[in-house]
Design a protein around this ligand. Structure first.
Ligand code: HMG
Ligand code: MG
Length: 304
């Protein structure tokens, strides 16, 4: 496993979309800038969804415009439909992400349509993106369980991932939205989906509700996956996934990968600074174990 892993930092989107108190555009930009300073190569900075559905992500066009001048970095935004695509492109987006679900219950709650309707809704987005030279990432949610429908079969995930891949998504991110997965299940899921979408084009998007995310990621790495979605400080959750907590913390992933000799291009002390920045903005300490350990070490040193 001695090679490179690509980390997609989703804190400014998946993290902040679930905060009770909306964070100002200025603060959202400050968080993204801190992540850029840490070397994060790819950052999901917002969503072009209904502001009634997710008010926290309103004004994402301002966030994108403010950070979009870094030519060597990639900024992603979510778009659920053509309206979102129009707004994202107008704000200068070069990579957008569509998001479907492997379960009907979550599809209805999250984007108010069936799985099939969502796939049809993405078709014109992908066609236009191809013509415009825009990259499209695809998400599949609830890949290891659904808050509404319970168990989700790997074949259901594979079918949705295949549809997104065939429509032209360059990468499909598999979301354990409610963080219920365990390593053996994650491994079996990846093996199933990789029969239709190449493993190199699959991303692991694991929430940490049951504390299994890092173990699931390790299983995914053993299977050959090399793209990991994570949020600084372990921020996150989906407003339509009751009880689900944050994404795996980026610093926990970077620490583990460093221990395995795998490069990410992210500087751990600077990432900790970004986590501490957002932590101050939201008024809560990070849930990440690595952030807590490193902060304790820094504080102990400061006292001596
Ligand atoms: P709908 O009500 O079926 O849509 O919602 P509609 O077309 O009937 O429009 C309703 C209203 O929304 C209209 O406004 C539209 O103009 C507006 P009104 O006339 O009422 O004033 N609208 C929009 N406004 C801004 N941008 C748009 C847009 N589209 C319509 N793009 C819709 C369908 C998808 C829009 C809605 O359900 C929605 O916005 N949902 C957002 C869901 C969301 O953002 N969830 C969180 C992200 S997903 C996630 O977290 C999971 C992930 O992390 C992976 C994982 O963990 O598994 C990615
Ligand atoms: Mg998520």
């Amino acid at each position: 496993m001695n090679d490179q892993v690509r980390i997609v930092e989703v804190g400014p989107r998946d993290g902040l979309q679930n905060e009770k108190t909306p964070i100002s555009v200025e603060d959202r930009v400050a968080f993204v800038e801190a992540l850029l300073a840490a070397g994060c190569p790819i950052i999901e900075v917002g969503s072009f969804v209904s502001p009634k559905a997710v008010p926290q992500m309103a004004s994402s066009e301002q966030v994108l415009r403010a950070v979009n001048h870094h030519p060597d970095r990639e900024f992603h935004v979510l778009v659920p439909n053509e309206k979102g695509y129009d707004a994202a492109i107008a704000a200068g987006a070069r990579v957008v992400a569509v998001f479907a679900s492997a379960s009907e219950g979550f599809s209805r709650a999250n984007i108010n349509c069936t799985i099939e309707e969502s796939i049809e809704r993405f078709r014109p987005v992908l066609a236009r993106a191809k013509a415009d030279g825009i990259k499209v990432r695809g998400y599949v949610s609830c890949v290891l369980g659904c808050p509404y429908d319970g168990e989700v079969r790997p074949s259901a995930v594979t079918a949705v991932a295949k549809a997104l891949w065939e429509q032209g998504c360059y990468e499909v991110s598999l979301g354990d939205t409610i963080g219920v997965g365990t390593p053996a299940k994650a491994r079996a899921l990846l093996r199933a989906v990789a029969t239709e979408v190449p493993m190199a084009q699959l991303a692991l998007h694991f929430h940490d509700t049951y504390g299994q995310a890092l173990a699931n990621i390790y299983a995914g790495l053993e299977e050959g996956a090399r793209v990991i979605d994570a949020a600084a400080g372990g921020l996150g959750g989906c407003p339509y996934a009751p009880g689900a907590t944050g994404n795996v913390a980026t610093e926990d992933v970077v620490y583990m990968l460093q221990g395995m000799g795998i490069a990410t291009g992210i500087d751990l002390p600077k990432l900790l600074a970004a986590t501490n920045t957002v932590s101050r903005l939201i008024g809560r300490p990070p849930v990440s174990r690595v952030a807590a350990a490193l902060n304790a070490k820094i504080n102990a040193k400061a006292r001596t």
